[in-house]
Design a binder for this molecule. Sequence first.
Ligand code: ADP
Length: 733
Amino acid sequence: EPENISALVSPMNLRGAQVGALALIDSAEREWTDDERAILEAVSAQAALAVDNARLIEQTERWVAELQTSSEIGQAITATLNLNELLTYSVSLVQSRFGLKQVNIFLTDPASDNWDALVFSGDGHGTQPKTEQRTLQYGSLPWRAVHQRQTVVAQDAQPDSVAWLPEDDPDVKSVLVVPLVLGQETIGAIEMRSAHTNTFDQNLIAVLEILATQIATSIGNAKAYQEERDIAEQLREVDKLKTQFLANMSHELRTPLNSIIGFSRVILKGIDGPLTEMQRTDLTSIHQSGKHLLDLINNILDLSKIEAGKMDMNIAPLDLKPLLDGAASTAVGLVKDKPVEVISDIPQDLPPVMGDETRMRQVLLNLVSNAAKFTDEGTITITAGIENERAWVRVADTGIGIAPENLESIFDEFTQVDASTTRKAGGTGLGLPITKKFIEMHHGTITVDSKLGDGSVFTITLPLAPVMEEKTPETTDEIVVLPPKPARLPRSILVIDGDARIGDYYQQYLEGKDVSLTVHTTGEDAVAVAKEQQPEAILLDILLPDISGWQVLEGLKSNPHTAHIPVVICSIIEDRFRATQLGAVAYLVKPVIKPDLLSVLETVGQMRGSVKKVLVIDDHADDILLIRRILEARDCLVLAAADGVEGLAVIHNNRPDLVVLDLTMPKLDGFGVMDALAAEDDFADLPVIVITARELTDDERARISTRAVAVLSKGHFTDADLLQHADTYLAPE
Ligand code: ADP
């Protein structure tokens, strides 16, 4: 250390506070000039500003990153309506993405005053959060957040709050608890524990508060959805019981009724001996009432069968003419004691409709007997014809008619417009509702037009039976596109998913299909299980309780005994690129819906055996779909990739027999893909058909011609063009 040094020090001041100092040091003793002082002061003022700017930029960048993370988490959690899954993902995503030691979500019951909370805690390493019932400790941070409905924080930056740090874990150095508020209610709190001091600055707190609002909303949605499903389930159950009860009761009632009707008829016919006039009148009444009751029961039985979906229909081409003639002669019988004329005008050449004979007869009889019932004089007219490629049948009467306010409700069950007429005429109020349901089951329509006092017109329409034409053979040279092959599903599927119940969902989706499903809930030994079971497909979740699904996928693909098994990723986290890179054949984002699962499994099912594979690389999903449709005419499997990078990954993992390539694409265009293929010996001879929407320059055409086997232009090529080029490579060996 030199003995004589001189120093000139200037503070770095910013907005009245000192943020540092700048010093000039000379190893010799010296005087400092005024100029030197002035320069140092100026420089230190600049330096203070520069440091401040740098800090601001750093802070802003961090803030943006935090916001982005928060929005990603928000998106992931809004994708599920399953409360348990939602809480699991919230806890583990917040914990891992913000590098926290532990995250707890407390759910309290706003309706009750007790301090019990259901706690979901996660401390990282991809493990499944623990769930337990706990009592919030009076005065603790979570208690304060819930009961004072405000964010509370304990960390070094707020020295008087440090005393609130949790006692159960000495490694926790900062804690932030944000209440979960839904409308007027506090439904709980989210506690975020960090192993570092002063983790939570104002920006991060603001970000986490927004995230907490999102979590609270999602919890509210999930709860509402769950409640709705429970109620719907209960209603279905009640409905089922009602239907069952009606069916049982009706059967039980019909047996004794048959005796009542049968025996009263026997007595009325005088078989048991002569009757007095009084006895005849009374017995007729018993007989009539019995028949009415039987009608009612038969109708109820019909309705409950329809509602339970158990009404069997045998819909086939049906000639209406004999049915209409039958209905007309019934009408004549029904009005024989009244001054009513039945007119029937039905064309001889009425083409057949699609209908169930028994049900259609029931429909026509109901309309005709209503007309007869409610018409005291005039006519009942039955007509039929064709309009707009549908058949129509009309039953018109000149009876009492229906008031406009009742027109709507006559198709409702148990509706009778005027109890007194009906009492006279008989009826159950179920005829029209059943008629309407039958007609709807035929994809037909029924309408009514009526005026009080003038009569009513009921019109039904029915679809015509398809016309069987003589087939004339096609004389064009076009390649005939065959109907798609029936779907083949994998016969055995191994589901690797932390949630054991997921198996039940998939099982429901696959009901009636010949697929055996096993569920394995951990990742560590999943490869061994797959090796032993040799399933035809694996459905793999990413968030497993022990190791990550990515590790499992790598393990599966690097093991020679499992590498050939197609793996479909089913996860709430969407990272298709990583999945394709690691060798997954498809990606399903949870919650998985039935049609998606089936369509992916159909694709996977086709991977068995020596089916040829075509990879379509195109950034337009519609174009991929079109090419897929065309290629469905051939027994081949169509793989898809949305850009060149993804396409190359698929080619490496799952070598196709043919590549159909778009030119203009993001990330890596078609030229890039062809260059990459040409550079690798293994793929240099992979056939490529280019399909492009772009006008090619001579240069481009030359470049393509060295590599591609054909060039087709989008919008112009026909099915036949593509198939003709593809067939060379798709023929079975
Ligand atoms: P119901 O067995 O009582 O006839 P429907 O369901 O067949 O039961 O008919 C319901 C009600 O619609 C009848 O009670 C009657 O009030 C009215 N209605 C049906 N058809 C006619 C018609 N052709 N003329 C007048 N009213 C009718």
